[in-house]
Design a protein. Structure first.
Length: 249
């Protein structure tokens, strides 16, 4: 299950992609399999990186990947990459966990090339607010969510770096009720209702029937569990000056 839509990233062969806070590798593995790009999956959690590696190995060994996948462990507030290293950066469902999220955005801006693409996703305000109201444990677990973003808050934080937002959408509408049930039944994880809904989500993910695709599209603007924003970093000043110089000539 991926949240960021790859077609909106406008990937080109040979580009470098950073999946920051890649977790168990859902976006990183997907992009390495589908596009001829070099994908760097980077996360603070060694266990998640190990899981991502184990999931990716069968595909890589069988030669199914169109691109390359590299995985590493480290702190997103101090990335071990040079300035202007990546054509595309993805940061999906991460910033709501980070105290100094503005510091992480600054690091993303540093390693992203001029005119590069940045995709960020966080939980949408309303579905997340309901989860917090239904269960304290949902957001008080170690490593859990420490804030509820409003879309305009996140957008302003990124645009203040000079980035321009060119697309947005919400995702995973059918997942919002599952998380509300999970929060409501937090002390009863063995609940039959919860298990049945989980089985439905797995079935939907694997089969992708037309009915649920239509429902997802209709409900996403209201119930989408995640909001995804796409930005382009401004080109360097030298590139911006070329048209003006040519016009003057």
């Amino acid at each position: 299950m991926i949240t960021v839509e790859p077609q909106r990233l406008k990937l080109q062969p040979g580009q470098t992609v950073l999946d920051l806070g890649c977790g168990e590798g859902r976006h990183a593995i997907h992009l390495a399999l589908s596009d001829n790009v070099d994908v760097y999956g980077f996360d603070l959690d060694f266990t998640d990186i190990s899981t991502a590696r184990d999931r990716a190995v069968p595909f890589l060994q069988e030669g199914e990947a169109a691109g390359r996948l590299l995985l590493g462990v480290g702190n997103g507030l101090s990335l071990p990459f040079a300035d202007n290293s990546f054509d595309v950066v993805i940061c999906s469902e991460v910033l709501e966990h980070i105290h100094d999220y503005r510091g992480m955005l600054a690091e993303i801006d540093r390693v992203l090339k001029p005119a590069g693409t940045f995709a960020a996703s966080v939980p949408t305000f309303l579905p997340e607010w309901v989860c917090w109201k239904l269960s304290d444990e949902y957001h008080q677990v170690e490593g859990g969510h420490i804030r509820i973003f409003r879309e305009r808050q996140l957008r302003h934080s990124i645009e203040s770096l000079g980035h321009r937002c060119y697309a947005r959408h919400k995702a995973h509408a059918l997942h919002a009720p599952y998380w509300w049930l999970k929060c409501l039944l937090w002390e009863r994880p063995e609940s039959r209702l919860l298990q049945l809904y989980h089985r439905f989500l797995v079935w939907d993910l694997m089969q992708r029937p037309l009915l649920t695709r239509v429902l997802e599209k209709l409900l996403a603007p209201i119930l989408g569990k995640s909001i995804v924003l796409y930005f382009v970093k401004p080109p360097c000043e030298a590139e911006q000056a070329v048209p003006a110089l040519e016009a003057h000539a």
